[in-house]
Design a protein around this ligand. Structure first.
Ligand SMILES: [Zn+2]
Length: 167
């Protein structure tokens, strides 16, 4: 109940600020990204199954981020979304193939999935086993080799590995 109260007082503030009509108040009292994510999945050519929508909510419900399959599996479990790690892997790869995620492979056995698919690079923090963004403009790539005959370079990913200075 307490939670509901907080949400509605926030809504009232928003409405007062924007001087909205009753109709828009109704629209705002049911904030759900579900229809939007369903559309996103459909546009990417993926059938919006219950599991996919639930995983899409976990992945795209907030700010851009980088997650491993294991992290997403743990998040799904705490959100009471019942999916196996194998299903998580499959879904992440389907999302990647559909262009919704970018894979950042830091080594042969470890990948992170980035919800920001725009061009940029990454630091890999070895001690913490996580990746953080480096803006595309921070790295100048020069003297790229000619691609093999009949091929175009699609993009260049740079992973800069760092660890804490040992004293
Ligand atoms: Zn990133």
């Amino acid at each position: 109940m307490a939670e509901v109260k907080v949400i509605s007082s926030k809504l009232i503030r928003l409405v007062a600020k924007d001087q909205m009509t009753d109709r828009s108040l109704t629209a705002r009292t049911v904030p759900s990204r579900r229809p939007c994510l369903t559309a996103v999945l459909r546009m990417a050519g993926l059938r919006p199954t219950r599991q996919r929508v639930a995983l899409a909510e976990l992945l795209f419900g907030g700010a851009h981020r980088h997650v491993s399959a294991e992290q997403l599996h743990a998040e799904a479990a705490s959100a009471r979304v019942n999916v196996s790690l194998a299903t998580i892997y499959n879904s992440l790869h389907q999302f990647r193939e559909a262009g919704l995620l970018r894979e950042v492979a830091v080594d042969a056995s470890r990948s992170y999935f980035d919800t920001d698919t725009s061009d940029h690079h990454h630091f890999y923090l070895e001690d913490e086993q996580r990746v953080i963004d480096i803006p595309a403009s921070s790295i100048v790539i020069q003297n790229l080799p000619e691609p093999p005959r009949g091929m175009d370079i699609t993009h260049v990913d740079v992973v800069v590995r760092v660890r804490k200075v040992r004293s």
